[in-house]
Design a protein around this ligand. Structure first.
Ligand SMILES: O=C(O)c1cc(C(=O)O)c2c(n1)C(=O)C(=O)c1cc(C(=O)O)[nH]c1-2
Length: 561
């Protein structure tokens, strides 16, 4: 009984449940179901809605999981629920007792949990992993990921690989040490820990004992002095696993602090994609998208595995505005094209070197002006990114990625900064601005092999929800204005929408149950935009908060037509 690794590995093919983040460890967010399709989606109607209750609303970014007639979903402030999928009745509720001093940078969000055996495992804002019994909601084990007093937290859904639960850390804005860690999913015991800042040694545990496990090659060649110890490169979005290559792919975030003048060098492995061997935690290859990042372009965006033209690739739509395709066996660059209309920090990515050709838009060094504030520059995209955390989906039938993208720019300048444990470690100021009157968000259908945009669906507010696609030629996504929408995967034509009562910044899923296809999504406006969005935050300040999960189905009479 319970959820096995085989079940999880088969998640994308098995349609009667959703066992893993991304609807499979590859996180393609693709369902082979065709019951619901472009013809009948207009009949989709709500089966039930469940309120997360309380005053603790804020951003609801969770992807629900479905197993054995139960939905497992997390909410803001490190809460989790099990719900009867048929009736929408609550089975149990768990609420982490959060200390006063938690320091999540970008809202009190959670993006979902992981199922393994009889457990539901999720990360909390006080940087713990909590494993709950699926039946009772009781805590089976709990382990510390990092010290919340130093700025560590966790918001991502864990990744399951074999018998391991694999997680990263949040806290890049506080100079934490980014890392990827594998624990025994049944007990929480550490198996390996792999820092993502060059110069820091990894460790492997044997019989409960920690041993050295260095990476080969240069040690700390890309950071000055001791700065690698607080180098950031937070792994705050979790990762993907591909059984074909037997590699774990993680994005590593921005180098700390933001002020790049303090840390000459490429600052590996920040703003990079890293491929890790699951047995040892060793880095197999790495690819840096933004060397010596000066704009908080971060780099956590997942590299989503897909196969095309006989090759094994992964694709990453980066905050820096480029859509990257890498050979996922060795990290070699195959393609990199912009997926937003204005990218002004780099002209292009040089296909020979794999590096960006910059245009000179780095914020000025404060020591070259009055010592307090360096010259400000206007840069596109803004640091909230051409695409932030919200996941894209890949449809193998259309061969297209469906990317939730945003068009905005920022004024950014640097200030002096020194590291202090538990304090913001930026050394930068900024103001984000819209570029266009009529829209900020746009779902874009990207052909990964050419970089061509096949269609786009614009949205007034910035898009902050994931997309999900099906063999029924549908793409689902949410809007901050409150709608869950279904569009035609081939054309982008809008076929259905439903107003959920608050902004949708969640991640839609679909599955089949008792003969009909279901769709679910969380609703509740929040995340980084209202907190950090500058002029954009002002433009969308009318949007209301919420906290609920919605479940939809088609009428039984239409289910098999
Ligand atoms: O560096 C980090 O550790 C870190 C963590 C998080 C997070 O855990 O949510 C975000 C970011 N950075 C970030 O840069 C960012 O834009 C962001 C947006 C969001 C969100 O949920 O809307 N989280 C985060």
């Amino acid at each position: 009984a319970g959820v096995s690794w085989d079940d999880i590995n088969n998640d994308q093919q098995s349609t009667d449940n959703v066992l893993h983040n991304g609807m499979g460890t590859k996180t393609q967010r693709y369902s082979p179901l065709t019951d619901l399709n472009t013809e009948n989606v207009k009949h989709l109607y709500p089966a039930w809605s469940f309120s997360f209750g309380g005053e603790k609303q804020r951003g609801q970014e969770s992807q629900p999981l479905i197993y054995d007639g139960k939905m497992f979903v997390t909410g803001s402030y490190s809460r989790a629920w099990a719900i009867d999928v048929k009736t929408g009745e609550e089975l149990w509720q768990y609420e982490q007792r959060l200390p006063e001093g938690i320091m999540p940078c970008c809202d009190v969000v959670n993006r979902g949990g992981a199922l393994y055996d009889n457990l539901f495992i999720f990360g909390t804002l006080d940087a713990k992993l909590v494993a709950l019994d699926q039946e009772s909601g009781d805590v089976v084990w709990s382990e510390k990921i990092g010290d919340y007093k130093e700025g560590y937290s966790y918001t991502a859904a864990p990744l399951i690989v074999n018998n391991m639960v694999v997680t990263g850390v949040s806290g890049g804005e506080f100079g934490v040490l980014g890392r990827v860690e594998a624990r025994d999913a049944k007990t929480g015991e550490m198996i390996w820990s792999r820092p993502t800042v060059e110069g820091n040694m990894g460790h492997i545990w044997k019989d409960g004992k920690k041993s050295e496990n260095g990476i080969s090659g240069t040690r700390n060649a890309t950071w000055p002095g001791d700065m690698y110890k607080q180098g950031g490169a937070a792994t705050w979005l979790g990762g993907t696993y591909d059984p074909d290559t037997n590699l774990i792919y993680f994005g590593a975030g921005n180098p700390a602090p933001w002020n790049a003048h303090t840390r000459p060098g490429d600052n590996l492995f920040s703003s990079s994609i890293i491929a890790i061997k699951p047995e040892t935690g060793k880095i197999s290859w790495h690819y840096q998208k933004t060397p010596h990042d000066a704009w908080d372009y971060d780099g956590v965006n997942m590299c989503v595995p897909f196969d095309a033209e006989g090759g094994k690739y992964c694709a990453s739509a980066d905050r820096n505005g480029f859509f990257y395709v890498l050979d996922r066996t060795n990290g070699k660059l195959k393609q990199a094209k912009p997926f937003v209309s204005k990218v002004n920090w780099a002209e292009k990515i040089d296909m020979k070197t794999g590096k960006p050709v910059e245009t000179g838009k780095r914020p000025g060094d404060p020591s070259e002006t009055d010592g307090k504030k360096g010259d400000s520059v206007f840069v596109t995209p803004s640091f909230l990114g051409a695409k932030n955390w919200m996941p894209m989906s890949y449809n193998p039938n259309t061969g297209l990625f469906y990317v939730p993208s945003n068009e905005w720019g920022m004024d950014i300048w640097n200030e002096p900064i020194t590291y202090k444990a538990g304090a913001a470690y930026l050394g930068a100021g900024f103001n984000i601005q819209p570029l266009y009157e009529d829209y900020i968000g746009a779902v874009r259908a990207v052909d990964p092999m050419t970089g061509e945009i096949k269609w786009e669906a614009k949205n007034n507010a910035p898009l902050w929800s994931g997309t999900m696609t099906t063999a029924g030629n549908l793409v689902f996504y949410g809007t901050p204005e409150g709608f869950l929408k279904a569009v035609d995967a081939r054309t982008g034509e809008e076929l259905w929408k439903f107003q959920t009562g608050s902004g949708v910044v969640g991640q839609p899923i679909t599955w089949k149950q008792d003969g009909s296809q279901y769709v679910a999504v969380t609703s509740g406006w929040g995340g980084a935009v209202p907190l950090w969005g500058g002029e954009v935050a002002k433009r969308v300040k009318f949007l209301n908060q919420g906290g609920s999960v919605w479940v939809f189905k088609i009428p039984d009479a239409l289910a098999n037509m």
